[in-house]
Design a protein around this ligand. Sequence first.
Ligand SMILES: Nc1ncnc2c1ncn2[C@@H]1O[C@H](COP(=O)(O)OP(=O)(O)OP(=O)(O)O)[C@@H](O)[C@H]1O
Length: 260
Amino acid sequence: MTQNILELKDVQKRFGKTEIIRGLNLEVRKGERLAVIGPNGAGKSTLFHLISGRLSVSAGEIWFDGDRINGRNAQQIYQRGLSRSFQITNLFSRQTVYENILSAAMWAQGYRYTFWKRISQLQPLHDRAQEVLELIGLAARRNVSVNLLTYAEQRALEIGMAVAGGGHTILLDEPTAGMSRGESDAAIELIKTVSTGKTLLIVEHDMGVVFGLADRVAVVVYGQVIACDTPENIRANAKVQEAYLGVKKDQKKGVVDGIA
Ligand SMILES: Nc1ncnc2c1ncn2[C@@H]1O[C@H](COP(=O)(O)OP(=O)(O)OP(=O)(O)O)[C@@H](O)[C@H]1O
């Protein structure tokens, strides 16, 4: 029997009068790697904000690990085991790599940054921060200010901060955006490593990353999931090819082959 770790039931999100998420249903299985793809503006990031508690739903239900989580705040959801990536803009750019990882681990435990001095006594959090540093390959950059890291290193740090809290489910929003092919390949390996034994949801535009990582792919178009299936079946799905790309297969075959 398949166990779902996350379920979205008829979720809606409006900004003012504009409906962005329009009755979205999605089931995520425990331990799977699920990629969320779709055209620009389809609502993928909004969907992640709803799941992680950064935004509240206008209607519908979100269930995570047996609990209804819509209505709970981001930290409560994080503490239940759902970690999401921090954007670069959320990193403390003048703090070191280590301090950023430690801050993320602290936040997951419910500490605020003002507890900084007392945290030196909290050895388990330091141990966790060191473990994550090694996991993401930044141990040698431990004491470097974040603003001196390369772009790829900053993205790796974001992933590290997402997993620092030890959540069993990880949300990553476009973790390879702006990377070269080589950097993306390294990021795929890193994401595989950090998500081993966990559930992963990833919003991703790069189809090489999607097909290199995902067990299943959910296609979001105009605020709804129009298909959720294995990469092979998504590749062959005519509805996806038309709706996702907005073209008929014979009109733009090369591009369709690109996604497929
Ligand atoms: N806070 C907000 N207020 C009003 N409109 C918003 C807000 N956040 C997002 N939107 C709108 O919702 C729509 C979906 O945005 P979202 O960022 O979720 O799409 P996306 O699928 O992640 O797009 P992309 O692939 O380009 O990142 C867009 O039209 C966006 O302008």
